[in-house]
Design a protein around this ligand. Structure first.
Ligand SMILES: [Zn+2]
Length: 221
C-alpha cells in the first residue's frame, strides 16, 4: 500500500459493503466467510464501523484536544476537560482514540462489529465492553471470535496500548502485511505533513515510544 492508503488519505484500496461501510478489497472474502461461520452459530455479525478516513479521525482527535468532545478515563468514565493539563488531555485521548494517520481503521482491514440480532428492535449500540461479556447482547459473538482468529483477530485485548476493545477485529493476514509496511518514517511523514493537527508537537516529541506502543506492538503474534 502507498502512503495515502496507509494513512487513510484515499479510498483506492477499498470496496463498499453493507450499504455505507468500506473494506479493504483483499479482505472481502474473509469477512463473508466469518459472516457465514457466525451465521451457523446463530449470530448475525454486522459492521458498526469499517474504514475511517484520515479527515474523520483528525476531526475526532482535534475535537477531543480542544474539549469539544468527551474525554474518558481508562474505565470509560467521562473526564472534566478543564481539570486536565496538556499531558493529561493527550493521554486521555489515547485511551480510546488513535492519532490521525495511525488508526488501523484507515487500512480497511479493521472493523468494529456487533450481533445485529439484539439491535434490530432499536436497542442502541454503545460499543462498551459490558455489551460483549457476561450476559451482554454481544457476548456470544465475542466468545465465537476466539475460534476464528485464522480470519480475524483482536489487536486490543490486553489493554497495553489502547484500552480493551472486544468489538474491534482485524483481518489477520492482510493487516499483518500492512503493519510491516507501516514504518516509523510513514508515521513521521504523516504527522509532519498535516498543518491542522492539534497536539502535533507533542506527538513529534515522542514519536518512537508512541510508534512502538500504539502501532508496532499490535500485531497478531
Ligand atoms: Zn475499532
Amino acid at each position: 500500500m502507498n502512503f495515502n492508503e496507509l494513512t487513510g488519505r484515499t479510498n483506492t484500496h477499498l470496496v463498499s459493503i453493507e450499504g455505507n461501510q468500506m473494506l479493504h478489497i483483499d479482505t472481502v472474502s474473509d469477512f463473508l466467510q466469518l459472516k457465514s461461520r457466525m451465521h451457523e452459530k446463530g449470530i448475525d455479525i454486522k459492521i458498526a464501523s469499517g474504514f475511517r478516513s484520515y479527515q474523520r479521525q483528525r476531526t475526532i482527535w482535534n475535537e477531543k484536544a480542544e474539549g469539544k468532545r468527551t474525554l474518558r478515563d481508562a474505565q470509560g468514565n467521562p473526564l472534566n476537560y478543564n481539570e486536565l493539563n496538556c499531558d493529561e488531555v493527550f493521554q486521555a485521548i489515547l485511551n480510546w482514540s488513535s492519532i490521525p494517520g495511525t488508526s488501523r481503521h484507515h487500512w480497511g482491514t479493521d472493523l468494529d462489529v456487533y450481533d445485529y440480532t439484539y439491535y434490530q428492535t432499536g436497542r442502541r449500540l454503545r460499543l462498551a465492553n459490558d455489551e460483549y461479556s457476561g450476559t451482554g447482547p454481544n457476548a456470544k459473538l465475542s466468545a465465537q471470535l476466539y475460534h476464528n482468529e485464522d480470519l480475524y483477530f483482536r489487536p486490543y485485548l490486553d489493554g497495553k496500548s489502547y484500552q480493551v476493545e472486544l468489538w474491534h477485529i482485524s483481518n489477520t493476514k492482510v493487516s499483518e502485511k500492512i503493519l510491516k509496511q507501516y514504518t516509523i518514517d510513514i508515521f513521521k511523514k504523516s504527522i509532519e505533513s498535516d498543518p491542522l493537527l492539534k497536539l502535533k508537537e507533542k506527538v513529534l516529541a515522542q514519536l518512537e515510544p508512541l510508534y512502538n506502543k500504539y502501532i508496532a506492538l499490535n500485531g497478531a503474534n
